[in-house]
Design a protein around this ligand. Structure first.
Ligand code: SER
Length: 312
């Protein structure tokens, strides 16, 4: 059977790259990108969709015989703090709309991204395990944790095949993030390549888990393509690749662009970052569906500079 795929939130940092990746495997006619924006001109099929509009979502799914949904609609951590109620609604009401379509038998499989933001100030910070103290204190983290639990509930009670991972900060050269606490780790490359000083909104010693976007897209594809019995956890899996702080990233950039300069001006995002882990333990993902990263910090910095050089 031919899979028909719908990406919701396809104009975001993950969505743009996932759309290209899925089109190249499943064929451009079988993958539909959707987001709330009008008049979008991208290569391939695009539909304007507000995930909170239940009947519009249903119509799109039925009309196109959608079998799989990748629900990437969310406000990231920093933006959600400014719009708490909308951040929650988008995450939770949106996912209910998708989960209920699967419960009613209209779609077969769902991908839902969670985040290291599910962890909070009381979580052990180093090598944070899959199952640990989870008491997030951000709007984004609370929504992601609740979503994980609802996914598990729908899997256990209604047999809905929903899968997900907890993304760390994601860094790629094809798309830009927006509204996240880890965004500095993308923006820094643009400043460095433009010969500009970079003013970092996190403190120099704020170590966080990070990952190259190529690895994140591969993780997404691999968990969706794994057989149902390999996906033993129906919350979301920890996945890890590297950890660094702004000072360490800046040093790697400086080793390649000697004139690069950085200053530090922590803002409210420092308080968000301070509640997240420094590193992640991800053996369940490695054991259950063979997760393995390709990029470490040096590989990531080489790859970002190489690819952004011509672009910036
Ligand atoms: N990159 C996200 C953020 O900073 C974390 O999942 O909000």
């Amino acid at each position: 059977m031919v899979e028909k795929i719908l990406i919701i939130g396809s104009l975001g940092q993950v969505g743009q790259e996932l759309f290209e990746s899925l089109k190249s495997s499943y064929g451009a006619s079988n993958v539909i990108a959707s987001d709330v924006k009008d008049g979008v001109n991208i290569e391939g099929r695009y539909e304007k969709l507000d995930i909170l509009d239940k009947s519009a979502l249903f119509d799109l799914v039925k009309k196109n015989g959608i079998t799989q949904v990748y629900n990437l609609a969310a406000l990231l951590s920093a933006t959600a703090e400014k719009h708490p109620r909308f951040g929650w609604d988008l995450t939770i009401e949106g996912q209910f709309n998708v989960l209920n379509l699967a419960k009613e038998g209209h779609i077969k499989k769902i991908f839902w991204p969670s985040s290291i933001a599910v962890f909070g100030p009381t979580t052990p910070k180093d090598q944070t395990p899959q199952q640990t103290i989870i008491e997030p204190n951000t709007v984004y983290g609370i929504g992601k944790l609740a979503g994980e639990m609802w996914n598990k509930y729908y899997f256990e009670k209604y047999g809905v095949d929903v899968r997900g991972v907890r993304f760390p900060g994601l860094i790629g050269w094809k798309s830009l993030p927006g509204g996240g606490t880890t965004d500095y780790a993308v923006d820094i490359f643009y400043s460095a390549l433009r010969g500009e000083k970079f003013d970092c909104f996190l403190r120099e010693d704020t170590e966080l888990p990070m990952m190259h976007m190529e690895d994140a897209i591969r993780a997404t594809r691999e968990i969706m393509e794994a057989s149902a019995d390999e996906v033993k956890l129906r919350t979301c899996y920890n996945i890890a690749a590297m950890n660094f702080d702004p000072k360490g990233l800046a040093a790697e950039i400086k080793a390649r662009i000697p004139d690069f300069e950085i200053s530090y001006n922590p803002d409210f995002r420092q308080d968000i970052a301070a509640t997240w882990p420094r590193s992640i333990e991800d053996s369940p993902a490695r054991n259950d569906w063979s997760w393995k990263e390709k990029y470490d910090l040096k590989g990531l910095v080489d790859n970002m500079i190489e690819n952004l050089k011509g672009k910036v």
